[in-house]
Design a protein around this ligand. Structure first.
Ligand code: DGY
Length: 325
């Protein structure tokens, strides 16, 4: 940072898309992360010295301890993410720090990845890809690598928010029957014929494909545990494009290993990226992706602009549209 401070100083913790960085550099004094190096907690605090707001991703952990050490100059944590489970909202709120996120703009991209995970798991795409690339494919036969068809099956959604609703629309394209469980029942116009289940147990019992779309919070952590997996139909498919923390990995791995669960399509993991359950790297019936839900050029630009709209509102003294605390 050079020269006299004339506008708010913004710490941008990760390398953002070029158009987003161009806008923030135009409008603010900013500290960019050209190398896209992941800051640990101590660096996050150090880098925040003299900063008015932080634009960050889910890769930075704003725990109570980190927030406690942030300088008083920090007025806002502006997330480039819809998930805010990496931020201790209570600690931020009690320090008077505004926290925002980026809803809506990533629903389409994430629902696309949901379909990819569902099909990848159902049609054994990971195994097939591996066979071709490793030159292990030398025959075709009527019984070769049979998967299961999703057309006409029941698609069970846990968390019928924005992404869940788009995933439902996409799954209807496969003639799937849509079922969901949500804290509140949606209005008929939003339901579009989806069948509401007041209890999770009721949803589980009819879900040929179970797709997780709820945020990670104390209510949802470890939600898909051994008991609930036991309530799924035999041979069900589990899809997770929400957060790894919603799944009890030991329970899912055990069910996948015994074929109680036919397959899983997972884009998110506990301990990602390096500390994921080792079985997810081994099991043939798991289709895995490296947290790509929102990873399209269009969506990442839109997330950045939405984050900057929130930032602009905060420094213009307006209420940011996506304030979470
Ligand atoms: C989100 O926005 O929460 C995505 O998981 C990427 O961070």
């Amino acid at each position: 940072m050079n020269g006299k401070k004339t506008s708010p100083v913004i710490l941008v913790t990760r390398k953002l898309p070029p158009a987003v960085e161009a806008r923030i550099a135009r409008d603010y004094e900013c500290i960019l992360n050209g190398d896209d190096r992941l800051y640990d907690d101590a660096e996050l605090v150090d880098q925040s010295d003299g900063v008015d707001a932080i634009v960050c991703c889910h890769t930075e952990h704003f725990t109570r301890a980190v927030i406690g050490q942030l300088p008083d100059s920090v007025r806002a944590i502006v997330n480039f993410s819809v998930g805010v489970d990496h931020c201790d909202l209570e600690a931020a709120g009690s320090k008077g720090i505004v926290v925002t996120n980026t809803p809506d703009v990533l629903s389409d991209a994430t629902a696309e990845i949901t379909m990819l995970c569902m099909l990848g798991a159902a049609r054994r795409a990971g195994e097939g890809f591996h066979m071709v690339r490793q030159d292990l494919w030398h025959d075709w036969s009527p019984t070769f690598m049979l998967g299961t068809q999703v057309t006409g099956k029941r698609f069970g959604i846990v968390g019928m928010g924005r992404v869940g609703q788009v995933a439902a629309r996409r799954a209807r394209g496969f003639d799937m029957e849509i079922h969901y469980h949500n804290r509140r029942r949606l209005a008929p116009a939003a339901e579009q014929g989806a069948i509401y289940h007041e209890t999770l147990e009721s949803l589980l019992s009819v879900s040929d494909v179970l797709s997780l779309h709820c945020p990670n919070n104390p209510d949802s952590r470890g939600l898909l545990n051994a008991e609930r997996i036991g309530q799924l139909p035999d041979g069900a498919i589990v899809v997770n494009t929400a957060r790894g923390a919603v799944v009890d990995d030991e329970a899912l791995v055990e069910a996948l290993g015994s074929d109680r669960i036919r397959a899983a399509g997972l884009d998110v993991f506990n301990g990602e990226p390096d500390g994921i359950h080792p079985a997810y790297r081994e099991l043939g019936n798991v289709f895995v992706l490296p947290h790509l839900g929102s990873a399209t050029v269009e969506t990442r630009d839109a997330m950045g602009f939405r984050a900057l709209d929130n930032l602009d509102a905060i420094f213009a003294g307006r209420e940011p549209a996506d304030r979470v605390t």
